[in-house]
Design a binder for this molecule. Structure first.
Ligand code: ACM
Length: 637
């Protein structure tokens, strides 16, 4: 009896979550009857706590700008209908970041143990209001109602990150703040800031000024990054940028106000060309004085078996004491700027082919009893680990730091699938999961025929499968997960948003919500509601989920094209006659074989009478190629 009662309650809860459209989905929410309607004069009672002030300003702005209503905040006990309360006695269930939100017809009460919990509760409260609450101007003729609800919510993981690469392309201080603003809305709490790479050093280090006077500049190029012609000696270094220490302090403060920690990354010993251009003595290769910061030309050879080699030496010399003196200076200043406990030291994709030829490195190997180049890198990482701990910080690095032996206390960020994370957790080291399989947001999110080209793909439905705790691993070592946004092919902030949303919704839910609350069909409905909010905020996002998935197979020498979509309930219309299909064209119902002489398949996706996807054109030559079919070319006109 109790069982069936609970089943009904659970089913109701599931349904109500859908109606509430909260993203990430909360731990528990029960919709009760009725609505709380905002009055023209809104009074909010909140504790007088400095760390909460920006949250209250945010709440005030949201409740006043689009509504035109008057909002006042007071710190005294009052008859305010909206109350934010810090618990006198800690509620262990909700921890540091959780909250209880109770919306009744005549009151809204938000309780938390700490200011962070109130911040996240406010995010949920805003999401319960209509999407127009996100407008930055008066939105007329709306009723501002919040559904009555009882929510208990807290995160599954303490580390909920997004990595933002500002080296390959530079993003201004304001753009970084905007990124923080966007991520915090969905309860992310770590910004992993990839500040250095071959393409630019972006953080002022006062004791090493050339890092930014030289290392932050390159030749501006447009096209497909990675395939550019090498810059000519006289081409101007007209692309670049860096953050002064004052800028960094401002961004750190902004992040703090949004309950976001910043994890700075200084990527060494590979990916270090910008540092070497600034200080050539850091390289073990003669001629480094002539190197230039990479402008997108090829500098590495990537082999099909997963190995790689560098065409110019973009690595620091692990046998040089000058390198460790340099790193000590860098990390002294980095540690002073960033309050977060961790510093990321990179460690990924360090080519060893120049190290193999270096006599000093051979001597180091003899002296230290190192038997392989991986052990040389491990030696380097251990020395860096000592520097990092001498600054009172913990080291985290990409999973390559496992190869050749992991430094004491090092935390591992697993990116080459889950393998590194599993291995590190088995060694009882802390792990953050960010596998390419689910969490690389630089990858294409739809068919390559229409998406801006990148070398790999990751659809929203795959990102939603992200499960940060790998099978067979003790969850206590998994600090959480994050998605990574590399910016080789992302040159501007609109495209950054396009690549970030909606896949970051999938990651947000994977790191905040209970595993058992995740449900694709329910998620996608909430994603569509969030699209309206992003529209209200003028934030770009990809609509790739509305484009067809083309599966081309070989059916006895003829191509067979299967069409589907990530979202259910959509119709695909198509043409083979080169004209633009709409809903009066044939509707896809079963796999298609192109007419013998067709040159193009064009598709468009509708929901009911509304076109919802983009016009996608797939040449038949491409279809044949995907199906592995060789056919003679069409006769010339
Ligand atoms: C990486 O994607 N190279 C960490």
């Amino acid at each position: 009896m109790l069982g069936s009662f609970l089943t009904v309650l659970f089913a109701m809860g599931q349904q109500e979550d859908k109606q509430l459209n909260l993203l990430p989905v909360p731990v528990k929410s029960i919709r009760t009857a009725g609505y709380f309607t905002l009055q023209k004069e809104i009074s909010i009672e909140a504790p007088s706590v400095k760390s909460l002030e920006p949250t209250l300003q945010f709440l005030k702005q949201r409740l006043s700008i689009p509504t035109g209503y008057k909002v006042s905040i007071n710190n005294q006990p009052s008859s305010a209908s909206i109350k934010l309360i810090l618990n006198q006695q800690t509620d262990p269930l909700i921890g540091k970041e959780g909250y209880h939100l109770s919306v009744k017809a005549n009151s809204v009460t938000l309780r938390a143990n700490e200011a962070a919990g109130l911040f996240y509760g406010v995010q949920s409260l805003i999401q319960l209001l209509p999407a127009a609450i996100e407008n930055n101007k008066l939105a007329s003729a709306k009723t501002w109602k919040i559904p009555c609800v009882e929510i208990t919510d807290y995160p599954r993981f303490g580390w909920r990150g997004l990595m933002f690469d500002v080296s390959r392309h530079f993003f201004t201080k304001q753009e970084v703040k905007d990124f923080i603003d966007q991520m915090a809305r969905y309860k992310f709490n770590v910004l992993h800031w990839h500040l250095t790479d071959d393409e630019g050093w972006r953080i002022e280090i006062k004791s090493l000024p050339a890092l930014t006077t030289k290392g932050s500049k390159r030749v501006d190029k447009t096209g497909y990054f990675g395939t550019f012609w090498p810059p000519l000696p006289n081409e101007p270094l007209n692309y670049g940028g860096f953050y002064t220490q004052e800028d960094i302090k401002e961004v750190v403060q902004y992040a703090k106000e949004h309950f976001v920690e910043i994890l700075p990354e200084i990527d060494v010993p590979g990916h270090s060309l910008a540092a070497i251009v600034s200080y050539p003595e850091l390289s073990g290769t003669p001629g480094a004085e002539d190197y230039r910061v990479r402008s997108g030309e090829k500098i590495m050879d990537w082999h099909t078996n997963g190995t790689f080699s560098a065409l110019i030496n973009n690595t620091l010399n692990p046998s040089s004491e000058k390198v460790y003196t340099f790193l000590d200076k860098v990390f002294t200043e980095v540690a002073a700027l960033f309050p977060f406990d961790y510093i990321h030291v990179g460690g990924d994709e360090c080519a060893k082919n120049f190290w193999e030829k270096n006599e000093e490195i051979k001597l180091l190997m003899k002296k230290e009893g190192l038997n392989s180049m991986n052990e040389v890198q491990a030696y380097f990482e251990k020395r860096v680990g000592k520097i990092i701990s001498s600054k009172g910080k913990k080291l985290i690095g990409w999973d390559e730091i496992l190869e050749g032996g992991l430094a004491e206390n090092a935390a591992v960020m697993s990116w080459r699938g889950e393998k590194g994370g599993i291995e590190a957790a088995k060694l009882k080291h802390e792990v953050v999961m960010s596998p390419t399989t689910f969490a690389y947001l630089d990858f294409m999110q739809g068919d390559e025929i229409i998406e801006p080209k990148v070398y790999a793909s990751l659809r929203l439905n795959k990102a939603y499968e992200f499960e940060p705790v790998p099978a067979g691993v003790d969850p206590k070592y998994i600090k959480g997960g994050q998605a990574n946004i590399w910016t080789e092919q992302i040159t501007n902030t609109r495209h950054l948003q396009y690549m970030t949303w909606p896949r970051s919704f999938a990651i947000a839910e994977s790191v905040w919500s209970p595993k058992e609350k995740k449900n694709w069909n329910n998620f996608i409905q909430r994603v569509e509601q969030q699209f309206k909010r992003l529209d209200s905020r003028d934030i770009n996002y990809a609509r790739s989920i509305y484009d067809p998935i083309f599966t081309c197979t070989n059916n006895n020498g003829e191509p067979l094209i299967n069409l589907s979509t990530e979202v259910e309930g959509l119709d695909i219309y198509y043409s083979f006659d080169n004209s633009f299909p709409d809903r009066f064209y044939p509707k896809y119902t079963q796999p298609l074989t192109p007419p013998k002489d067709a040159v193009l398949l064009r598709t468009i996706v509708y929901r009911g009478n509304q076109p919802i996807g983009r016009m996608v054109t797939l040449p038949i030559i491409e279809i044949n190629k995907r199906a592995g079919i060789k056919k003679p070319a069409q006769p010339e006109e």
